[in-house]
Design a protein around this ligand. Structure first.
Ligand SMILES: [Zn+2]
Length: 192
């Protein structure tokens, strides 16, 4: 029995693309491909930096299903991100790709990786502060109140002597701040 199974696997040589079974290794590889797709608004960040790829699974007939949670509900980048993920997975060999968007539980900036925060800072955008700890009581399940950062650290000089100029920066998910020490304006990623 065991021998028979082995020989059947051995016959499925790579290169017979048409009806090739997707293996566990393929799932890992495709999940990595999806995670490496850059964010269309802040291209230094990948989707894994943002923490928005929730799941990737392979269903019957090799259909690849990806679940994304948008960073902000109604963020115009969501459709672009879905199309980019689909394109990247096609390029990586997935014939049929379905991208699903799941809104609950809602994304929070706490899902952003440390590497992603560092990339934001280097890019000139103040990374979001943690909001999970302060709001831990209401954090289980449902929607949480939007945390208003009391201060944002200047990504250029590191000063905390900063002030908010506008609730909305270059995109709705960022606020426009100004540094009193180096006098530079900068975007601050809102913590939600
Ligand atoms: Zn500064």
């Amino acid at each position: 029995m065991v021998t028979a199974t082995r020989s059947r696997e051995a016959r499925e040589a790579p290169g017979t693309q048409k009806t090739q079974r997707v293996t566990a290794a393929d799932v890992v590889r495709l999940r990595a491909v999806a995670g490496e797709v850059p964010d269309p608004e802040i291209p230094v960040l990948t989707l894994d930096d943002l923490g928005i790829v929730r799941d990737l699974a392979v269903a019957a007939e090799g259909r690849v299903e990806v679940i994304l949670t948008p960073t902000y509900t109604g963020c115009p980048a969501t459709a672009v991100i879905a199309a980019d993920v689909e394109r990247a997975l096609h390029a990586a060999g997935a014939d049929v790709v379905v991208v699903r968007t799941v809104l609950a539980p809602a994304w929070t900036t706490d899902w952003m990786s440390d590497a992603g925060r560092e990339k934001l800072r280097a890019y000139g955008i103040a990374p979001p502060g943690a909001c999970g700890d302060a709001l831990a009581d209401g954090a289980a399940g449902g929607r949480r109140p939007v945390a208003l950062a009391l201060t944002a650290r200047c990504p250029r000089c590191g000063s905390t002597r900063t002030r908010e100029i506008s609730r909305f920066g270059s995109t709705p998910c960022k606020a426009l701040w100004s540094c009193r020490d180096c006098a530079e304006p900068f975007d601050s990623f809102k913590a939600i």
